[in-house]
Design a protein around this ligand. Structure first.
Ligand code: ARG
Length: 264
């Protein structure tokens, strides 16, 4: 009788210890830690600085998704190349920066489900002889270093071509176009259109070339194997389905999004 009671007490104590342990590890791992999100805020309308604040379509979407997922986070503007290093080295938990999901990057990083469809555009000065991607041959072309825009231009001009000028961010690439350093800039269509719309006096025009530029999709980026991905995917799906995504899209682009294109 006494023996049985002691065993029962021991078992009870052991269970208590185990349960206690389990819940405390889970807390530190997921619920209490603020998530660090990194970006390159020189890519309007997706992310850019306005009066000392990071704003843009990506910023609003991130906010909605994290709210839906019940996650606390902090968004830091660290620049494009450092953003990849931070995710690879796991000093950041997530990146949001109009980042295209592609096979090359998928080898090193994990991505959320797609949230935006994009293609490339060519920016030139008004009156330029460059009318298509083919016309970029023999011209000095600016791109943001390490972007899919760089890849797209390399496909046309060749990988080692010295005429491809690589910039730290897209804003400085466009400034070099204004200053006559490069004759064209290749960047994501929404960014090209935004620049032209906001700078009518710059005398810059943007055009597409569907024959040479494919469509691609943006996703949130995580370190490989991150447990955040699933939570973010679920929240993103909800935000797309419940109309919040459409609201944010309309605020920044003034048109209805093509949600079907994201779900293919
Ligand atoms: N979508 C392109 C890529 O993933 C360019 C993204 C650049 N984003 C930025 N915030 N600078 O390569």
């Amino acid at each position: 009788m006494v023996k049985k009671g002691m065993v029962a007490t021991l078992v009870f104590m052991l269970m208590f210890a185990l349960v206690g342990c389990g819940s405390s590890t889970e807390k530190t791992a997921t619920t209490e830690k603020k998530i660090t999100v990194v970006t390159d805020a020189a890519f309007a309308p997706f992310e850019y600085m306005d009066k000392g604040e990071i704003v843009g379509f990506d910023v609003d979407l991130l906010k909605a998704v994290m709210k839906e997922a019940g996650l606390e986070y902090e968004l830091k503007n660290i620049g494009w190349d450092p953003l990849f290093a931070a995710i690879q080295g796991k000093t950041a938990d997530m990146a949001v920066s109009g980042i295209t999901i592609n096979d090359d990057r998928k080898q090193t990083y994990d991505f959320s489900i797609p949230y935006f469809e994009s293609t490339h555009m060519i920016l030139v000065k008004e009156g330029s002889s460059i009318k298509s991607a083919k016309d970029l041959q023999g011209k000095v072309v600016g791109v943001q270093n390490g972007t899919t825009g760089q890849e797209a231009v390399e496909k046309i001009l060749g990988k080692e071509n010295k005429n491809i000028k690589k910039f730290e961010n897209t804003v400085v690439a466009i400034m070099d176009l204004l200053n006559g350093g490069v004759e064209a800039v290749v960047t994501d269509n929404a960014v090209a259109n935004e620049y032209v719309k906001n700078n009518p006096d710059a005398k810059i025009v943007a055009f597409e070339d569907p024959e040479h530029f494919e469509s691609e999709f943006y996703g949130f980026m995580f370190p490989k194997g991150s447990e955040l991905k699933q939570k973010v995917d679920e929240a993103l799906k909800k935000v797309i389905e419940n109309g919040t995504y459409t609201e944010i899209y309309k605020k920044w682009f003034g048109t209805e999004p093509n949600i079907e294109s994201l779900q293919q």
